[in-house]
Design a protein around this ligand. Structure first.
Ligand code: F6P
Length: 545
């Protein structure tokens, strides 16, 4: 058995090095090395990463890379790409990379084996079906039951069956058509669905029910409302023309009334939060066209190749992962912020939040022993410009260290878009301010009592990720970059990044509470808080009758 993480020589060396680095300011590191930016930045395809504004030296990087090597990142990475069942608590392979496995030159895509079967033919068959179905909807040969062209796509799903496709569809809004709207529904508070249905004509609406299991309570509740809405206005026989589904549960989709021709498969080796490149991308394909989705897959594949083959020192996901470990474990950073400076990337943080926190928010290691150190940080964020005017205060002057990723596209969505100058000036200036800070000595004109309030400590780490432009290829690279970053961190912490047992208890308890809230059963023994809350709800219900 390998040594506990914190007992390894590599960890101990990093601990000693962190004590030295605690007294080093990035301002001085930049002053000492004019070539710091070129040394600590790299490009892959359409992504450029500047990681020079971090509290690191070449020694830090060397020690972090040694930790990655000692923890077996290379081995587990190879196992993942080869289809090994690295999701051991669910006995599953982890193959979101197979979803975008492409041909090199004229050669067919290399096989990817799970239980002795090549999964690639099934993936390619599904992609072909997705192309054909989406083209029929988009060119009007797939119509609603009355013969009307589809004008509204409404996706019903939650978690990975919602956040990924919603983020991508929004990011690629410039690829959408004006005559085909797309909406995403996840909340069982029916207000969300009602608000959308008010804007839709049932005869021209296609629902995509996205659920790997087809049992998720919130999704099934919303799907039932949508089904009733169609049946009430167009008749029961219309269901087949107005619903498509993405699921592993073919029994469930058939029972719902969705014909096999509009049901697209998922596989147990794709986790929900890693599923945007699977048929879960259906609403994106319908809204933006298959070619755009195909480019997204090509971009993700390019990042897969980079991750698989680049040496650790030049490997973007590995570098980002190690920087995250450096701050989480050696500087006690409890959180990290995702800050896109692009309106079209405004949902990025929500997608990464699920990806990271559901993957690496674990209490035990793969062997079932408690984790020795903090693992996945709290991920939060939002559009950089808005966030500057809300939570950036804490980033600049709060005592907690919160490393940040700044993300922007170099080229504008529209020609001669001067608004980008202001946007990017702020993006770059914030990373500069977080790094440099402002010392009291620079405030000679200020009263002594005000000075402490006007000092910025600086030395706050940031990465800047620049996309050449916000196109599907670059977006695919960006998504895969974060997927692999999370993977590497999971391997270092020794946790299973691909299960999510922690979400189950709440689901079970909700199931047992629901009959009491509906007045169909008496509440069994509960703690006084839960019982009191239920009583308050039932009383409010009684009063509103
Ligand atoms: O409850 C968490 C979760 O299982 C996520 O991991 C998943 O993305 C989401 O629920 C939705 O699950 P499904 O696609 O099966 O409806």
């Amino acid at each position: 058995m390998s040594a506990p993480l914190t007992q390894t020589a590599e960890w101990q060396a990093l601990k000693a090095h962190a004590e030295v680095m605690a007294g080093v300011h990035m301002r001085d590191l930049f002053a000492e090395a004019p070539g710091r930016f070129s040394a600590l930045s790299l490009r892959d395809g359409q992504l450029f990463l500047d990681y020079s504004k971090n509290r690191i030296t070449s020694e830090t990087l060397k020690l972090l890379m040694a930790l990655a090597a000692a923890r077996g990142v290379d081995t587990v990475r190879r196992q993942m790409f080869a289809g090994a069942k690295i999701n051991s608590t669910e006995n599953r392979a982890v193959l979101h990379v197979a979803l975008r496995n492409r041909s090199v030159g004229a050669a067919p895509p290399p096989p990817v084996m799970v239980d002795g079967v090549d999964v690639m033919p099934d993936i390619h068959h599904t992609l072909k079906r997705l192309r054909e179905f989406s083209e029929r909807v988009r060119n009007g040969t797939w119509t609603g039951s009355t013969g009307k062209k589809i004008k509204h796509i409404v996706n019903i799903g939650i978690g990975g069956s919602h956040l990924g496709p919603m983020f991508v569809a929004d990011a690629l809004k410039d690829y959408q058509r004006d005559d085909l709207s797309v909406a995403f529904i996840s909340n069982p508070d029916r207000t969300q669905l009602d608000d959308v249905l008010k804007t839709c004509d049932p005869a021209a609406t296609l629902f995509t029910i996205s659920s790997k299991t087809f049992t998720t309570a919130e999704t099934m509740a919303n799907a039932a409302i949508a089904r009733e809405w169609i049946a009430d206005s167009l008749g029961e026989q219309a269901i087949a023309r107005h619903f498509a589904a993405v699921s592993t549960n073919h029994h469930g989709t058939t029972e719902f009334g969705i014909p096999a021709e509009s049901v697209f498969p998922m596989w147990d080796w794709v986790g929900g939060r890693y599923s945007v490149c699977s048929a879960i991308g259906l609403p994106v394909i319908l809204a933006c066209g298959f070619d755009a989705f195909d480019q997204l897959l090509a971009g993700a594949h390019a990042m897969d190749r980079h991750f698989e083959s680049a040496p650790f020192e030049y490997n973007m996901p590995v570098i980002l992962a190690l920087l995250g470990v450096w701050y989480a474990n050696f500087f006690d950073a409890p959180a990290m912020a995702i800050l896109p400076y692009d309106h079209r990337l405004k949902l990025l943080h929500a997608h990464i939040q699920q990806l990271d926190m559901e993957s690496n928010g674990k209490g035990v290691t793969l062997s079932g022993t408690p984790v020795e150190v903090s693992d996945g940080p709290v991920i939060f964020g939002g559009g950089g410009s808005d966030s500057q005017h809300s939570f950036f205060q804490l980033l600049h002057q709060g005592p907690r260290l919160v490393p940040c990723d700044f993300i922007a596209a170099l080229k504008p969505h529209h020609d001669a878009d001067e608004s980008r100058d202001l946007l990017l000036a702020n993006c770059f200036a914030q990373t500069e301010a977080l790094m440099k800070g402002r010392a009291a000595s620079e405030l000679s004109h200020m009263s002594e009592s005000l000075k402490p309030h006007r000092v910025f400590p600086g030395n706050k780490p940031t990465n800047t990720i620049l996309l050449d432009s916000l196109n599907p290829f670059a977006l695919g690279q960006l998504i895969a970059l974060y997927e692999h970053k999370v993977f590497v961190q999971g391997v270092i912490w020794g946790v299973n990044s691909f299960d999510q047992w922690g979400v189950e208890l709440g689901k079970e308890l909700a199931k047992s509470l629901q009959p009491a809230l509906a007045g169909e059963a008496v509440l069994g023994p509960r703690d006084s808080s839960t019982a009191g809350l239920v009583a308050a709800y039932l009383e409010a219900k009684r009063q509103s009758v």
